[in-house]
Design a protein around this ligand. Structure first.
Ligand SMILES: [Zn+2]
Length: 76
């Protein structure tokens, strides 16, 4: 069953939003882009909207970001 158009138009995010599956597939790339200073949101539209609305993916993103950032931090 799909949402009626009026419902998704009213409650949906402003832009396209990814599914959890798509989010998971793009998460590595998204984090890479974020850390490289690229426009991650422009490269992967809908990602931020999904992360903000999905606690599970939000947490995945936080841990991956911390992990990759730690790997890249200059060892001292
Ligand atoms: Zn999700």
């Amino acid at each position: 069953m799909s949402d009626p158009a009026w419902l998704s138009g009213v409650t949906g995010p402003a832009g396209p939003e990814l599914s959890c599956e798509q989010c998971f597939e793009e998460l590595d790339r998204y984090v890479e882009l974020e850390l490289s200073g690229a426009s991650a949101d422009a490269e992967i539209p809908g990602m931020r909207a999904h992360l903000e609305g999905c606690p599970a993916c939000h947490e995945d993103h936080e841990s991956l970001l911390a992990l990759v950032a730690a790997e890249r931090a200059p060892g001292d």
